[in-house]
Every structure is written in structure tokens, then in C-alpha cells.
Design a protein around this ligand. Structure first.
Ligand code: NAP
Length: 461
């Protein structure tokens, strides 16, 4: 018996170490694959160790759970990369549901013989678990556009929401003082479930990824609380890692979009976004063909490519890699400027460019490349829009005012590949397109870059 327990503890220790290494390795594209693998092995060890537990009398229900989880998990793993944010939200919902169920079972098995400490963490576990469950389902629904993306607000909303949360906490305090009040326990689940829905209603689609990352953090914290309840150090460690990394990511994303946390949670962002795009005199743009673009690119000393959401939708990264190869061969220095919220999820551009085998050292973060744009001959924007919008610096009435952007307008020539004049995620016009130095290259990102590659390789002439 003792030996069995020691084996479990060693397995858990190795799993914890792997989780920590996994996070460390995932922070650089060069080691990210190894990081993912370490995380997977850690998770398999964690599950295997738990299955060795001598408290398990029969494996029937565990087997049912494994089969069910596999049936749900495998298709979830196969969604398109652009759907990863809502997929992630669904995983948080399942994790949070699991935590809530375990907490509830633990309560009803042991009540009223629960210590004050145990009841406190159990309450935290159940409250966070319940609100994360419904909150994540709502977030996934909004992103998948099953639910309206538009923020829904009403007078006194924050008061109602904070009130719900306050009532849950009061119930928790009563239960800590008297864990025997089993009827009250249900309200500690139902009210946070309602809070989870109400919390997401006023938040617009634009802020959803930040919110999902925050919900990630809540799910982790509730799992850590569960670790205290069921006395598992592994869960405490894994939950704390999840909780803190989710929080750090939310902060990074808020900063990159120039939104404060409270602003994301209470601001109802996105409701006025489209109004500023309309009106005004008809402005003209200059456009160019693939042949002309190829000529300009080939004559440049330095080209900085700015990828965005459009490159992802068009799956143009492999063509971009071909263009990078031809230009480099012609002696042009080619760099990539990565905005922290380009695309639709953190690291979106890094993943795509890594998939196309672009050398990691050519990828430059916003703060490192911005100073170089004045010495850049061509800034080639491929399917990016908001992250290059100078209105963020100059137009105080713009909804993205204050958001840090890539200073492409400082380059000698700007070329923008996109299909038309449609706005990006924020739904606003981009003054960059009307500048004299800007050339619009209208077309699908993959098709247009492919045409440029053909011209550069001497296709027609
Ligand atoms: P964006 O502002 O959404 O603009 C993307 C542009 O790509 C569109 O204007 C569109 O114009 C063009 N496009 C679409 N399909 C295309 C295709 N097949 N070929 C060529 N162009 C195509 O993208 P972004 O500059 O990457 O900015 C990201 C935005 O998402 C920011 O507002 C950011 O705050 C927000 N956001 C990011 C994250 C994140 O974590 N990364 C999370 C949430 C929100 P056309 O229709 O004219 O082609």
C-alpha cells in the first residue's frame, strides 16, 4: 500500500516538473514543439498516476468517462486554427464543470464534517467553477456567432452583476461557519452559474479572446482550490500554473489593445465601432499590379512584411515563404513584424510563419522593429489592417485610439495586400490606405503573393 502511494507521488512530481518545463519551452518558437510534448507526457503521467490510486474500487465509470472524453476531445482537436479561441473556451467550460462536480460530490459526501479551511477552498472552487462554466460557454457562443456578438447592456448592470457575486460570497461565508446548511449549497452553484452568463452579456466580440484568457485563469484557480480540497499537490501546482499564465496572457493582450482590465470587463467595447467609418468625402487610393509590386520589391534593400488575419484566412504563409526565398536570393533583406494581437489569437502569426519554416530570427516583435521602419524601403502588409492603423496614434475619437501599432507609415513605400476596402476586426477605416506612399494590391493574399513570386522568378518576361 505504502509503496503504491510513493509511486503515485513520484509520478506526480515528474508530471509537475514536466508542466513547468512545458510552459518554459513554449515561450520560444524554437522549443515550442518540445514544450507541447512535455505537457502531453505530463498529462498522461498525471492521469496514469491517478488511476493507480488505491481508493478506486471499480474502473467502470472511469472507463465511461475516458470514452466520453475521447469522443468529445478528438473532434475538438481538429477545428480550424481560426476557431481555436472558441475551442479553448469550450475546454475551459468542461474543466470548470468537472471541478464544480467534484466539489459538489466532495461536499455532499463529507458535510457537515468539513473544516473551515476546507469549506473556504471548496466554496472558492465551486463558485469559480460554476461561473467559469457558463461564462466560457457564453464566450464560445459569441465567438462562434451562435450568440449575438454585440454587447448587451442595461442600466444598473454592473450593480446587478456585482450583487450576484456578493450574494455568492455571503453564502460561502455562511457555509464556512456552518457547513451543515446543505440547502444553501445549491445556491452557491446556481447564482454563480447565472453570474457567468450575466458577466459575458455586456462584453463585445472584440474583447472575447481577452475574456477567454481570463476565464482560463479562473478555471486554473478553481482547479488549484480543488487541489486543496482533494489534497492533491499536483492539482495545486497545475492549477496555479494555469491560473497565473492565463492572468499574464490577459494582461499582455489588454495592453496590446490598449484596454485596461476593468475596461474589458465593464466597458462594453465595440458598440460604437462602426460609426466612425461612415461619412466624409470620397477619398482615392492608388493601386498596383503584381508585376509592378514585384519590381518595387526586387529593387528594395530592406522589406518588412506585416502579416495579419487575412494571411491566416487565405492560408498564404507558404506562398509568403516562397516570396521570402526569392527576395532573399536577390539580396533583399526581408524581416517580419509581428504585432502582439495580429490575427485572432495570441501567437497566431508566429504559428503560421513557423509552419511555413520562416527562420525564427527573422520574426521581430513590435517594439524591436518599430524603430527600423524609417530605414525600410517597403513595408508589405499582408491581410493586416487594425494593427497598422495610424488613427490609433492620431485620432482621439477612434475606438482604437491609444492601441500600440506597427509604424508602417514611416516606411518609404507601403504596400497593402487585401481584397477590397473592407475594414478589419475593429470595423473602422484605415487612413493609411489614402496616403501618397501607399499602394493597394487588391486580391486574395495567397493568390496575390503567388503572382508576385511568379513575377519575381521571371514568369512572364
Ligand atoms: P484585421 O484588422 O482584422 O484585418 C484583416 C484584414 O484582412 C481585413 O481588413 C481584410 O480586408 C483582410 N483579408 C481578409 N481575408 C483576406 C484574404 N483572403 N486575402 C487578403 N486579405 C484578406 O487584422 P489584423 O491587422 O491582424 O488585426 C487583428 C485584429 O483582431 C485587431 O483589431 C485585434 O485587436 C483583434 N483581435 C486580436 C486578437 C489576438 O489575440 N490576436 C484577439 C481578439 C481580437 P478585405 O476584406 O478587404 O480583404
Amino acid at each position: 500500500m505504502e509503496l503504491n502511494n510513493s509511486i503515485i507521488q513520484v509520478v506526480y512530481l515528474v508530471a509537475s516538473a514536466l508542466f513547468i518545463l512545458s510552459l518554459k519551452w513554449m515561450s520560444s518558437p524554437a522549443t515550442a514543439r518540445r514544450g507541447l510534448f512535455a505537457g502531453e507526457v505530463g498529462m498522461v503521467l498525471a492521469i496514469a498516476g491517478t488511476l493507480l490510486h488505491r481508493g478506486i474500487l471499480t474502473y467502470t465509470w472511469i472507463a465511461v468517462g475516458l470514452v466520453l472524453g475521447t469522443i468529445i476531445g478528438v473532434p475538438l482537436g481538429k477545428v480550424a486554427m481560426t476557431a481555436v479561441p472558441q475551442r479553448t473556451a469550450l475546454s475551459h467550460a468542461f474543466g470548470a464543470l468537472c471541478v464544480t462536480l467534484v466539489g459538489t460530490a466532495h461536499y455532499f459526501i463529507n458535510a457537515p464534517y468539513i473544516s473551515k479551511f476546507e469549506m473556504s477552498v471548496l466554496s472558492a472552487e465551486v463558485i469559480l467553477g460554476s461561473l467559469t462554466f457558463t461564462g466560457s460557454l457564453m464566450a464560445a457562443g459569441k465567438l462562434q456567432e451562435v450568440l449575438p456578438q454585440r454587447p448587451i447592456t442595461y442600466k444598473g448592470q454592473n450593480f446587478v452583476n456585482l450583487g450576484l457575486l456578493a450574494v455568492s460570497v455571503i453564502i460561502a461565508v455562511i457555509l464556512v461557519l456552518d457547513p451543515g446548511k446543505t440547502n444553501l449549497f445549491w445556491f452557491m452553484i446556481i447564482i454563480p452559474l447565472a453570474f457567468g452568463v450575466m458577466m459575458i452579456i455586456p462584453i463585445g466580440g472584440a474583447d472575447m479572446p481577452t475574456v477567454i484568457s481570463l476565464l482560463n485563469s479562473y478555471a486554473g484557480l478553481s482547479a488549484a482550490a480543488m487541489g486543496f480540497v482533494v489534497d492533491s499537490k499536483l492539482l495545486i501546482i497545475a492549477g496555479a500554473l494555469d491560473g497565473s499564465s492565463g492572468m499574464i496572457l490577459s494582461v499582455i493582450m489588454s495592453k496590446a489593445m490598449n484596454r485596461s482590465f476593468t475596461n474589458v470587463l465593464f466597458g462594453a467595447f465595440g458598440q460604437v465601432a462602426s460609426s466612425s467609418a461612415a461619412g466624409g468625402e470620397a477619398k482615392t487610393v492608388r493601386s498596383a499590379t503584381a508585376e509592378e509590386s514585384a519590381g518595387i520589391l526586387a529593387a528594395a534593400n530592406r522589406v518588412v512584411i506585416v502579416p495579419g488575419y487575412g494571411m491566416a484566412v487565405a492560408q498564404a504563409q507558404h506562398k509568403v515563404r516562397e516570396m521570402y526565398d526569392v527576395l532573399t536570393k536577390k539580396g533583399v533583406e526581408v524581416l517580419f513584424a509581428i504585432h502582439p494581437v495580429a490575427g485572432r489569437m495570441p501567437g497566431h502569426m508566429n504559428v503560421l510563419l513557423a509552419e511555413a519554416d520562416i527562420p525564427y530570427d527573422k520574426l521581430k516583435e513590435m517594439d524591436d522593429i518599430n524603430g527600423d521602419f524609417p530605414q525600410t524601403d517597403v513595408a508589405l502588409v499582408i491581410g493586416a489592417n487594425d494593427v497598422t492603423n495610424p488613427a490609433a496614434k492620431t485620432d482621439q475619437s477612434s475606438p482604437i485610439y491609444g492601441m500600440p501599432i506597427l509604424d508602417v507609415d514611416k516606411a518609404r513605400t507601403v504596400m497593402v495586400i487585401k481584397r477590397g476596402m473592407s475594414p478589419g476586426f475593429a470595423g473602422i477605416d484605415n487612413p493609411l490606405y489614402y496616403e501618397d506612399k501607399t499602394l493597394m494590391l487588391f486580391g486574395d493574399a495567397k493568390g496575390f503573393v503567388g503572382d508576385i513570386v511568379r513575377e519575381l522568378s521571371g514568369g512572364h518576361h
